[in-house]
Design a protein around this ligand. Sequence first.
Ligand code: NAI
Ligand SMILES: NCC(=O)COP(=O)(O)O
Length: 343
Amino acid sequence: MTQFNHAVAALGLTQGDPAGIGPDIALLAWVMRREANVPAFVYIGDPAVLAVRARQLGLDANIEESTVANAVKLFETALPVLPIPTGVDVAAGKPHVAHARGTISAIEMAVDLCFKGEIRAVVTNPIAKSVLYEAGFGFPGHTEFLADLSARRTGNPVTPVMMLAGPKLRAVPVTIHIPLKDVPTALSQAAIIETCRIVAHDLQDRFDIEAPRLAVAGLNPHAGEGGSIGKEDDQIIHPAIRHLRDEGIDAFGPLPADTMFHDEARRRYDVAICMYHDQALIPVKALGFDESVNVTLGLPFVRTSPDHGTAFGIAGSGVARADSLIEALRLADRITTRHRAVA
Ligand SMILES: NC(=O)C1=CN([C@@H]2O[C@H](COP(=O)(O)OP(=O)(O)OC[C@H]3O[C@@H](n4cnc5c(N)ncnc54)[C@H](O)[C@@H]3O)[C@@H](O)[C@H]2O)C=CC1
Ligand SMILES: NCC(=O)COP(=O)(O)O
């Protein structure tokens, strides 16, 4: 298990796709560090890209290459960077397959440093999945890549779970980046049970919720309407919930998904377990796009990320907001310092 020194270790922030808004929001988070009480982080990526982006945005940011040990001290006066040169020119808003190597190396370095206890947590800037796929990246996204890096490191299999957490809603998709048409076949009792076990454990362990209440969404309209609008709710989701309740996990449902996200309904649970990506992410982003955070449960270290993507259309324009990234940094800080008041 990671042995980090809370008093001295920084959070590690990966650059993400350098042509996206990762550099913009990292710079903004550093510039806002005092007024927004941003915990110290070390940027893992290309310092030259940061410097060009700072000029483009007219931001007065002092960017300095750093050692990981010196990062917290340096953070007060400069944005500390562990350099990973991209090796090719990067233009804001212009993704290129040649950027992929540096993007991936930054994630690998962050995980390595976290396992060595030299950073407290991994906070990731957004990656463009299609750019990495073009470069031969073999994972749907960070979530599965981080699990693979962890499993290779520890020798133990890791099941990662994606949770989007905001002030009004936490939601978990059981299936993640797969085509909608493949969701019914990908859903299984085992997948729902395993996901819920990890969620219940991590909400207790990392979010200090003593007895987490898991509201499980149905797949079909009206949760299948007694089997007349689809069989999965009765044949897969309901038995999985029964199994979880027998284990002592407070899971209930399947609930019709259209009526489980309004204000009063959300008071009845701590997390919504959803059957597919958009069922979970649409309500989270509709209720709090700027404040919500993507956090990976089930990993042997803490990983958070903003809830948004690379937003190539606004990179380098000064439009990107750093709110979600700042929340991701704060959440990683709270979990790793074990404060009780977490998202
Ligand atoms: N954690 C990650 O690595 C994630 C990566 N992605 C990737 O991002 C790429 C683009 O995805 P999209 O669906 O277009 O979503 P997106 O989140 O990049 O953009 C959606 C809309 O929100 C705006 N937006 C996003 N972040 C913003 C911010 N911080 N401030 C102001 N406006 C903001 C964009 O300008 C755009 O109008 C895709 O390649 C996808 O794979 C998407 C989500 C998460
Ligand atoms: N839509 C959420 C998303 O794409 C984040 O994926 P990941 O890179 O955190 O696995």
